[in-house]
Design a protein around this ligand. Structure first.
Ligand code: 2HA
Ligand code: ZN
Length: 268
């Protein structure tokens, strides 16, 4: 089947995922099957989709997520490559329906591609976003080289130290990532503990660093989510470029940061 046929809005959302997957690969942030993307596509689902029979067995999510009843998600497939998803999103990901028990899901299209190994984190986060009435629909996990490198230094894992440094490298970073970078200490990939720790940080941040692993980010759509990670990593690159030239970068001053926050009506 081809669920995207004659559904231009659903197709647009899935093809935005494909475009972002290509960027992640080009940036070197998505080696092999690294990273995952899920998008809540429920609002683009019509009655015909709602009665589609499943094409997989019911699978447990590993958590009970009451706000996801009857929701639909596009999910990158487990073990699939971002660089392949960029060309063929429906061969390297699938659309799932959350079952009425809110604890299991079934795949409905186009092929029985099993979703990402980080599904518990991703779906728990979507459950949390809905419970808060958030407009955010997309979550991206990726391995941005320079940000991950920074997470190997204990000083950058202290609360808001990396945020303040990254914001001060270039004015745009605070403007386009106004809530900064949250930190989750190293936790086993794919675990419920990682999901819980991520959700706790998402109260205050849109982008969360998973120590020595990668970032997890949320925003209204997959493009906006990618942009937040991209501006943070750009700042990390500027910091590293200055260090490579042999000096500690000055960073914008507190006064310059305050002036900009007032001018652009930014929080904190
Ligand atoms: O899905 O990056 O953390 C591949 C990963 C898991
Ligand atoms: Zn990962």
């Amino acid at each position: 089947m081809n669920i995207l046929e004659n559904r231009p809005r659903l197709k647009e959302e899935v093809y935005k995922v494909a475009e972002v997957a290509g960027y992640l690969w080009q940036k070197g942030w998505a080696e092999r099957n690294g990273g995952n993307i899920t998008v809540n596509v429920t609002e683009w689902v019509d009655d015909e989709i709602r009665v589609l029979p499943p094409i997989s067995e019911r699978q447990p999510i590993g958590a009970v997520l009451p706000h996801l009843k009857g929701c639909y998600f596009y999910c990158k497939g487990t073990n699939k490559r971002m660089r392949d998803l960029a060309r063929c999103p429906m061969d390297n990901g699938s659309i799932i329906r959350i079952c009425d028990d809110c604890a299991s899901y079934e795949i409905i299209a186009d092929q029985p591609v099993r979703p990402t190994s980080e599904l518990p984190s991703h779906l728990s986060v979507h459950n949390y976003l809905i419970s808060k009435g958030s407009p955010y629909k997309a979550s991206v996990h990726t391995h941005p080289i320079e940000l991950v490198a920074m997470s190997h230094s204990p000083k950058f894992l202290e609360k808001d130290v990396a945020t303040k440094l990254l914001w001060s490298m270039i004015p745009e970073t605070k403007a386009f990532c106004p809530r900064g970078l949250g930190i989750v200490p190293y936790t086993l990939p794919g675990s419920v503990e990682l999901a819980d720790a991520t959700i706790a940080e998402l109260d205050d941040y849109d982008v969360v660093m998973w120590e020595k692993h990668g970032v997890f980010a949320v925003d209204v759509d997959v493009m906006a989510t990618f942009d937040q990670v991209d501006v943070l990593n750009k700042s990390a690159l500027i910091y590293i470029a200055a260090k490579n030239m042999g000096f500690e970068p000055q960073g914008m001053s507190e006064a310059q940061m305050r002036e900009m926050s007032v001018a652009f009506n930014l929080p904190k």
